[in-house]
Design a protein around this ligand. Structure first.
Ligand SMILES: [Zn+2]
Length: 141
């Protein structure tokens, strides 16, 4: 697991990462995912906190059922973007939207995503217990 200590800019905010946070992969690691300027890593916790700051009051009013509906709509839009495959910018936006709505539901449901991820995946695949999964391909780990 990648652990990063330091500070990074995220949407204009200075963000501090603490040791032990589960972080997103730094870009560009894969040349096909590279862009003009380097994209900072963002921890799952920082992202959930940001979504909380931006939307929590509205999210509370909408509640879990209303919020879940929007997540499903975004997943449908991601499916369309993956299917068409010719608009890279739109595809990236749809991934971001799905993650944002997932973080929103986690906020309303009082779930700490970083903690949940660490608990379930921090020690390897939940199915086989390894960091490179050896579960059968047709098996849900
Ligand atoms: Zn596995």
């Amino acid at each position: 697991m990648l652990v990063f200590n330091g500070q990074c800019h995220f949407f204009g905010f200075q963000v501090r990462y603490d040791k032990g946070h589960l972080l997103t992969r730094p870009f560009p690691e894969n040349p096909s995912m590279s862009s003009q300027r380097p994209t900072p890593s963002v921890s799952v916790r920082d992202f959930q906190d940001l979504i909380h700051q931006m939307y929590y009051q509205k999210d509370l009013q909408r509640g879990i059922p209303g919020t879940f509906m929007w997540l499903m709509e975004e997943i449908g839009e991601l499916a369309s973007a993956l299917q068409s495959g010719n608009d890279r910018e739109n595809l990236e936006e749809e991934f971001a939207d799905v993650l944002a709505w997932l973080a929103t539901i986690a906020n309303v449901a009082q779930v700490d995503l970083a903690q949940a991820l660490q608990k379930k995946y921090g020690n390897g695949c939940p199915g086989c217990g390894l960091f490179v999964c050896t579960c059968a391909i047709d098996e849900k780990p």
